[in-house]
Design a protein around this ligand. Structure first.
Ligand SMILES: NC(=O)c1ccc[n+]([C@@H]2O[C@H](COP(=O)([O-])OP(=O)(O)OC[C@H]3O[C@@H](n4cnc5c(N)ncnc54)[C@H](O)[C@@H]3O)[C@@H](O)[C@H]2O)c1
Length: 458
């Protein structure tokens, strides 16, 4: 049966989405007056194998947009949203549609799922090339409770047709929860206001929307938050370092700034976001950055698995980017991103300083360790968090918010909203633009110097 998008907005459909998406709970979210905790008690972040699936017996319909690595997993990392949904929702999970223009890829991942014990979640999943196709062909019983967006960022975060998936979702499924992968957009910096306009529309709609900055959900990160809150600390500085293992990055688009916007916007974004999570709002006018570029002697890489000669020189990515900035609070932030390591594992650290305290988060992707130095002491305590799974925790918090365990004060709020994610996106663009300006200034100065030397010897 074919239905027009406007039919889907009817009050009956709205009620079916979530019994508790009442006008009051929507307006409470829209006005930001939820009484939920802004952080999570770390003891409530439990490993996936210790978590019990959410209660209830009714089907929980989900639409996945994108059938790629983030949604179904890959060798490149621990991400795999479908796996976390299966664990959180158990037999209630019904993936009603998988939307991806690469129909073969989508069909293949579904077939694999149907060969396993999670078959019941996928046996009736239909594949569509676009959201529009799904809306045109769906039955009311297939109305989703959550739409999970894991398509590449060039298809979202703007107001332009074909790159406006959030707006399409809000139009076709008002009030339905969204999960959007990071970064909030990818396009020229001139489109930043569009991303903020999308954020405003989402916030005014009152729809639950979570963005995939999963490191905020690490137990170690929530322990850092807890120390800061309980001791009423004011952060003085954040120092972040993100060194990726470039040998393991085999996607040609990642190496092409015109496709993925470069390593700060695509990847360093996680640590820019964590820095903001602790440091607060950034004064964008203070952001200053320098880069080591691919064509400088020190920027030569010997183990790239992609053929960089196929990428136009102006689109090749920097090997190192180092930035500093001031937060509105007066605190200072710094971030260095490196495309330098080989092997598989990344080497990433974030230090947060406050009077008497050093909170040092090491290896958050692989095996997080939090080193804490406290006032009046030289001793560094080490805390380890085996089996922590921030990807599961972010999905778990999302589902808890959708099911709305009505104002349980211990239920955390979504830790990364679309608006917050846009501010991280803005910071990453400010870093990239500053590094490019400084590089251009250096090239211009070198050129002027060479010309002056030529004139002098003539
Ligand atoms: N949070 C994390 O740690 C993390 C990890 C990996 C990826 N990601 C993010 O997830 C997103 C997707 O990355 P990926 O690695 O899964 O990419 P991918 O290339 O593996 O998969 C993307 C899929 O989206 C499909 N697609 C393209 N255009 C589409 C459209 N208009 N509508 C629907 N689907 C479309 C592609 O055909 C492909 O199957 C990116 O934003 C990336 O930054 C986040």
């Amino acid at each position: 049966m074919s239905r027009r998008p406007s039919e889907l907005a009817s009050p009956t459909v709205m009620r079916r989405m979530s019994a508790l998406d009442s006008p009051t709970s929507i307006s409470r979210r829209a006005s930001g007056t939820s009484s939920r905790r802004p952080s999570i008690d770390p003891s409530r972040l439990i490993p996936i194998d210790k978590a019990t699936q959410i209660g209830g017996t009714t089907d929980f319909n989900v639409v996945f947009i994108g059938a790629g690595n983030i949604m179904f997993g890959s060798d490149e990392g621990p991400w795999n949203h479908s796996f976390r949904f299966e664990h959180k929702l158990g037999p209630r999970l019904k993936v009603v549609a998988l939307i991806d223009p690469a129909v073969e890829r989508a069909t293949a991942v579904l077939q694999k799922k149907c060969e396993t014990f999670v078959r019941s979640a996928y046996e009736n999943t239909r594949v569509y090339k676009t959201l529009e196709d799904f809306v045109r062909n769906m039955s009311p019983r297939e109305t989703p409770r959550a739409i999970i967006v894991g398509s590449p960022p060039m298809f979202r975060g703007t107001l332009q047709s074909g790159r406006d998936i959030e707006t399409q979702i809000m139009k076709c499924f008002p009030g339905v929860a969204m999960f959007i992968e990071k970064p909030s957009a990818t396009g020229p910096a001139s489109e930043l206001p569009e991303a903020f306009a999308v954020a405003k529309a989402i916030s005014e709609s009152g729809s639950i929307c979570s963005v995939g900055y999963m490191l905020r959900y690490l137990r170690a990160v929530q322990m850092m938050k807890q120390i800061i809150i309980e001791n009423n600390l004011t952060v003085m500085a954040t120092i972040a370092r993100y060194a990726c293992a470039y040998e393991a990055i085999a996607k040609p688009d990642w190496w092409d700034k015109s496709k993925s916007a470069g390593p700060i916007i695509e990847q360093g974004t996680h640590f820019c976001d964590l820095s903001r999570y602790f440091g607060g709002e950034v004064d964008m006018s203070t952001v200053n950055a320098h880069s080591l570029e691919w064509d400088e002697n020190a920027g030569h890489l010997s183990k790239m698995t992609v053929d960089e000669t196929k990428i136009p020189p102006e689109n090749r990515i920097p090997r190192v980017t180092a930035a500093t900035w001031k937060y509105d609070s007066g605190a200072v932030g710094s971030f260095t991103h490196l495309v330098a390591l080989q092997g598989h594992d990344y080497s990433c650290e974030l230090e947060v300083y406050a009077d008497g305290y050093q909170l040092k988060l090491v290896n958050p992707y692989v095996q997080p360790i939090l080193y804490i130095r406290r006032p009046g002491s030289d001793i560094e305590e080490a805390h380890r968090f085996p089996d922590d799974d921030p990807f599961f925790s972010e999905i778990s918090v999302l589902i808890d918010n959708i099911e709305d365990i009505e104002e349980d004060p211990e239920t955390a709020t979504i830790l990364s909203t679309f608006e917050d994610a846009c501010k991280t996106y803005e910071l990453t663009w400010a870093i990239r633009l500053s590094a490019e300006r400084n590089r251009q200034a250096k090239l211009d100065a070198d050129k002027a110097g060479a010309a002056a030397a030529k004139t002098a010897t003539a």
